[in-house]
Ligand binder design. Structure first.
Ligand SMILES: [Cu+2]
Length: 314
């Protein structure tokens, strides 16, 4: 109730309700403390006014009441930290889903979010800073077959609901922060590292992705849309994106995603596809109008030379 009052967006992830419980409790606790200490403050102003208390008392309070109250407050704080916050955090960082998860890389840059899907082969192509150019912003190695079916989507993250999702987060320039409030999770994007987070979206819809770290002049505009949809819609999105990127041969939906039903032929507009055309927060500084998808690099492009590869892949 308090959470809604202070304007928190509704939760859309499996673990989020536990975080909401903790926040709700913490806020009620803070409210009680605020009311209690405010009342005490007003009481002292009244009780120890100069007219009622002309002479200073150099011994002060004799009772132990305030000590006990302080101790109780510390106790509740410790309970919140050790009983709720630490176990919740522990589950996020140690209990990663093993093999059924959807894996997507998130590459932040001033002031855009790039979402890198591994494509039908489920493998991310090799990347190298030496390959980075205006047509290949993530530096995919054109000679690596694993990268040919990769899909890069700008400012629009598609996820299937009721499946575990692992996002591997990094940055091309400065520190950004992927902030997914409706999923109750966030993670800094640090250049040179690839930091994974995981969650399970449980409600379809369009949610806001924002950058949670002041990262430069365009920070305010570093927003993206997260579209949580059914497996079928998600597969259609991947298929369409693969065709848009000129990959051509887009085989049927990946077999690893066994639950997916057969996709309709690519020439027709599948039902529900209209929903995908959600305004994806255009970024005038970075994004060419009407081109959310980026073509993969053509094979046999720039020569390979030494450069910095993305950080270790956990
Ligand atoms: Cu940013």
């Amino acid at each position: 109730m308090l959470n809604r009052f202070i304007g928190m967006p509704p939760n859309a992830s499996e673990h989020g309700y536990m975080i909401d419980h903790m926040l709700e409790f913490a806020h009620w606790f803070m409210l009680v403390l605020f009311v209690g200490w405010s009342a005490f403050f007003l009481f002292t102003i009244f009780r120890f006014h100069r007219s009622r208390h002309p002479k200073a008392d150099y011994h002060g309070v004799k009772t132990k009441a305030s000590t006990h109250i302080e101790f109780m407050v510390v106790l509740v704080d410790v309970l919140l930290l050790l009983g709720f916050a630490l176990p919740l955090w522990g589950k996020r960082v140690t209990e990663f889903p093993k093999n059924d998860a959807v894996k997507i890389r998130v590459v932040a840059q001033q002031f855009t979010w790039n979402f890198h899907y591994p494509g039908v082969d489920g493998k991310f192509g090799k990347q190298d800073a030496a390959f980075v150019n205006s047509g290949n912003e993530l530096g995919l190695d054109p000679n690596d077959p694993a990268g040919r079916d990769d899909i890069i989507s700008k400012n629009e993250l598609h996820l299937p609901f009721n499946r575990n999702v692992i996002l591997e987060i990094t940055s091309k320039d400065v520190i950004h922060s992927l902030s997914l409030q409706s999923m109750r999770i966030g993670q800094d994007a640090v250049p040179g590292t690839l930091i994974p987070i995981w969650f399970k979206p449980i409600r379809a819809g369009t949610y806001e992705i924002i950058c949670g770290q002041l990262c430069g002049l365009g920070h305010y505009n570093m927003r993206a849309a997260m579209i949580v949809e059914s497996q079928e819609e998600y597969d259609n999105f991947l298929k369409e994106a693969a065709q848009l990127s000129g990959g051509g041969a887009a085989p049927p939906a990946p077999s690893s995603e066994g639950t997916a039903p057969a996709n309709p032929p690519p020439s027709t507009t599948p039902p529900g596809q209209e929903n995908l055309k959600v305004p994806s927060v255009p970024n005038p500084a970075e994004q060419p109008a009407g081109a959310p998808m980026q073509a993969n690099p053509a094979p046999g492009g720039a020569p390979a030379s030494g450069g910095i590869t993305p950080g270790p892949h956990r």
